[in-house]
Design a protein around this ligand. Structure first.
Ligand SMILES: [Mn+2]
Length: 496
């Protein structure tokens, strides 16, 4: 099983000390605490895997995971590259590592600019100290670095837009500031976008552990998402495997967040949707827009960027409020008759949800202007793995004083549990009478779990719907026969 993608580590335990993005690592115990020593870091010798940079901190080299350097050559004439690093309350040293890795590992003739966007950090060290560091970099590389600061917090999408708007290079790579790029990362990106200006690409991520700064390799995978519009990795497409070329770009329904694009093309299709607030879903929004409006998305196996997985994300303690709100915005703009799947997955009523997803009129107008294809086309041609479930007649919670809950997983015994807002208590009642519990399953070929009556007055169980049906188990529930159900109390559902 592929590990969770780095940008997807959502449900980390909130720390009592909110500022600690990198818990348990002495050099980074607070967001402002910096690795000692002067920068730029000295590049370690090639070929040694991990090595120690200044001040005894590990600084990875590319050799263990170098994909294509020896097997692939790129045109000598390539477009220029602008690197955009966005941050909010990041560690100063981490930003310096990102800058240093970009400078060291991008051919100077290709690197036109590095643009830093500060989304109104509260960490004081990111002001004077960072300005001083930038001055030092610019003494050595005149005019290379540019710093832009928001005077109020605008969120991820708008920070990315700010960087994009300030860029002048042919191609923009919009990255987090807690990354280190690998050797040879830029050439595959520039060559592919030179071939096709409508393709938006993502590098392959590796993981830097926050508590050791050790590099861990992640496998190549397709970037997908579920009906909550939360990211996940999907299997490589058979068509790509059949190519038998590990360097070939992989067609992908989505990107995780980090990306590169032709600067002008990104503008033509509307950059990022500035109405996506705070954090979450902006990657899916861009992905749907790119595909539906005439572009494409690819993962480039030869381009690798290491991502520092943080102990928790900044911005807000509970990101789910924004994930939910942003997901509805995406659904309303891009998903046509399938938008109800997003409401179902988040357990939100279709009518009067009470959630304000902002003014979408300009994005609807953009969709018209670009003559974008329907979401149905996207599902059928780009992401057939995302399975709509169209025969649900009711969804919500089964609630007495407490709620029906799918119980421990693994395990197939539902329990009654204090009510909360998360998916283990979601129920989906089907036209057929089947009663799905838990996460709304979004993949084709995977089995939902059905509430099953074993028929002996025992506790109900959760069984895979298809096998339960084959075995003749009782999985069809009729609300009129409520006295036969093992759970009394109101059924708190949203009727479709
Ligand atoms: Mn990140």
């Amino acid at each position: 099983m592929t590990p969770l993608p780095p940008t997807c580590s959502l449900h980390t335990t909130p720390s009592s000390s909110f500022e600690k993005l990198y818990l348990n690592f002495s050099a980074l115990s607070g967001y402002g605490q910096e690795i000692e020593g002067s920068f730029p870091l000295q590049l370690p010798a090639q070929g040694s895997g991990f090595t120690l940079g200044r001040a005894g901190q590990p600084y990875f080299t590319s050799s263990p995971f170098l994909g294509c350097k020896n097997s692939k050559s790129y045109p000598s004439l390539l477009p220029s590259l602008g690197v955009i690093l966005i941050f909010m309350d990041e560690s100063l040293s981490i930003i310096q590592r990102a800058i240093t890795s970009v400078i060291s590992r991008t051919p100077p003739r290709l690197l036109k600019e590095i643009i830093l966007v500060d989304d109104f950090s509260s960490n004081g060290e990111l002001k004077v100290s960072l300005n001083e560091k930038i001055k030092l970099y610019n003494q050595k590389y005149p005019g290379l670095l540019k710093m832009i600061r928001h005077s109020e917090r605008r969120g991820l999408a708008q920070a990315r837009n700010t960087g994009w708007a300030a860029a002048t290079a042919d191609v923009v790579a919009i990255l987090d500031a807690h990354i280190e790029v690998n050797v040879g990362w830029a050439e595959p990106i520039l060559a592919r976008i030179q071939e096709d200006r409508t393709v938006i690409v993502s590098p392959v991520f590796d993981k830097i552990c926050f508590d050791t700064l050790q590099l861990e390799k992640y496998g190549l995978a397709v970037h997908g998402f579920n009906w909550e519009l939360w990211c996940r990795y999907d299997a490589l497409p058979q068509a790509w495997i059949d190519l038998n070329d590990v360097t070939a770009p992989v067609k992908s329904p989505s990107i995780m967040g980090i990306m590169a694009a032709n600067r002008l093309f990104l503008g033509e299709i509307g950059a990022l949707d500035g109405g996506m607030l705070v954090y979450g879903g902006e990657n899916v929004e861009l992905s749907l827009r790119v595909w539906q409006c005439g572009g494409k998305i690819e993962i480039l196996p030869c381009s690798r960027v290491a991502h520092l997985e943080r102990y928790h994300k900044p911005y807000a303690m509970d990101l789910s409020i924004f994930l939910k709100r942003n997901a509805l915005r995406v659904a309303e703009i891009w998903m046509d008759e399938y938008k109800q799947m997003v409401y179902l997955a988040w357990n939100i009523p279709l009518q009067n949800s009470g959630i304000d997803y902002g003014d979408i009129s300009s994005r609807i107008a953009l969709r018209k202007k670009l003559k974008c294809k329907p979401f149905d086309w996207y599902l059928k041609n780009v992401y057939p793995l995302l399975k709509p479930t169209l025969n649900i007649v009711g969804y919500g919670r089964v609630r007495a004083n407490v709620c029906l809950d799918q119980g421990p997983v693994p395990g197939n015994t539902p329990i009654m549990h204090p009510c909360h807002e998360f998916s283990p208590q979601n129920i989906y009642y089907h036209q057929t009478g089947e009663f799905y519990m838990g996460n709304l399953i979004a993949e084709a070929n995977s089995d939902d779990r059905c509430l099953t009556d074993p028929g002996h007055g025992e506790k109900p169980t959760l069984e895979r719907c298809s096998t339960a049906a084959q075995s003749g188990l009782h999985i069809h529930w009729d609300f009129k026969q409520v006295s036969h159900m093992p759970f009394k109390g109101e059924v708190d559902t949203n009727i479709v």
